[in-house]
Design a protein around this ligand. Structure first.
Ligand code: SAH
Length: 340
């Protein structure tokens, strides 16, 4: 038995073809599931009894359970319970250009970045495709509104769950499915180079964000264990390949950690590193967490860093601070819930 929310459109077409049936049935099923948003096979009125019976023997409908929701003016954070009682979270953000959701891709994370709450909670398992799709469906149902943008920046490392992430993107991007444009989908990675290459060859213009957070290997080694495996030069090389294949501008995320990576020298070397690359830097004010000793950089240091990048003609934005009141940084809601 498979969860209906875990099958891609192409897989469903193949399912019908393998039964010597018409592949058009996949269009009908997707229409019921993702356009009309029905919750059981009985509601699929234009599909024959035999097909329904057959599908009932092979697929089931099941979403996640929302066990907590915290809201602020421009942000809502959801805590989901999975069928094995594990917890993951998603964050919805209201912008002037639309509504975005940040979803989790794993239960916990094994990358172990020193500043990150998710890394404290070791990876338990990958999320199944349906568990990622469910986050979208449940939130849309809850806010009674369609989401316009998806970022894979919640708990987990998307490229450590690559195959499921790609199927998830296929489903949400499919015109027959949830139909969110590939350019409105962003995958954020700590920099797993072979997967960046594989992703570059994926036939969609999905955006890529790299959690760089440091301009030199020396600094990056201290805050991100993954840098011991994939060096900054290798990441830059793979990013150039991604840009050559997709023509998309890449985002480099840069958390400002007080006294660690926020000096003028860091800003200058970052500018040199990124010169000539079709990219921009998204400076992220660090969301402090009670378990981790890093502090956020003050406003002056942050603005100084910003100015130096600007002066060097590097595209740069400062991330708006959503939801620090609702513990919106990766893994924080789950971690608070577990302590209560
Ligand atoms: N594993 C992926 C995606 C999840 S993390 C990645 O590394 O990109 C999403 C982003 O949030 C990363 O840039 C991560 O470094 C950042 N992040 C983690 N903890 C944070 C915190 N406390 N405050 C601000 N950003 C944080």
């Amino acid at each position: 038995m498979r969860n209906i929310y875990g099958i891609t459109f192409e897989e469903l077409e193949k399912y019908f073809l393998d039964k010597n049936d018409k592949k058009f049935k996949a269009v009908q099923v997707f229409d019921w599931v993702y356009k009309k948003r029905i919750n059981s096979f009985d509601e699929m009125r234009n599909i024959s009894k035999d097909t329904i019976n057959d599908m009932m023997n092979n697929f089931y409908f099941q979403k996640l359970e929302i066990i907590r929701k915290q809201e602020d003016i421009d942000v809502a954070k959801y805590l989901f319970k999975l069928s094995d009682n594990e917890l993951v979270e998603a964050v919805v953000m209201y912008h002037d250009y639309g509504t975005s959701i940040c979803i989790s891709t794993q239960v916990g994370c094994n990358i172990g970045c020193k500043f990150c709450e998710s890394g404290r909670l070791k990876k338990v398992r990958n999320l199944e495709v349906y568990e990622m799709v469910s986050q979208i469906l449940m939130v849309e149902e809850d806010i009674d509104k369609r989401l316009s943008h998806i970022v894979l920046m919640g708990i987990g490392e998307p490229f450590d769950n690559y195959d499921n992430v790609i199927k998830f993107i296929d489903i949400v991007n499919s015109g027959k499915g949830i139909d969110i444009g590939s350019r409105h989908i962003t995958v954020s990675t700590c920099g797993i180079v072979p997967k960046i290459i594989e992703f570059s060859n994926y036939d969609k213009q999905v955006n890529l964000a790299i959690s760089l957070h440091a301009p030199t290997n020396e600094i990056r080694d201290k805050i991100m264990n993954i840098n011991k495996v994939y060096k900054i030069e290798d990441i830059i090389e793979s990013i150039k390949y991604y840009i050559s294949k997709t023509n998309r501008r890449v985002t480099f995320e840069y958390i400002m950690l007080d006294g660690i990576n926020d000096s003028s020298e860091c800003a200058v070397s970052l500018s040199k590193l990124l010169k000539g690359i079709n990219c921009y830097v998204n400076i992220i004010p660090y969301n402090e967490t009670s378990h981790i000793e890093y502090k956020k950089s003050n406003k002056e240091k942050l603005m100084n860093f910003y100015d130096i990048l600007k002066k060097n003609n590097i595209g740069v934005t400062i991330r708006r601070e959503f939801g620090s009141k609702v513990n919106a940084a990766c893994g924080q809601l789950r971690s608070h819930y577990e302590e209560e």
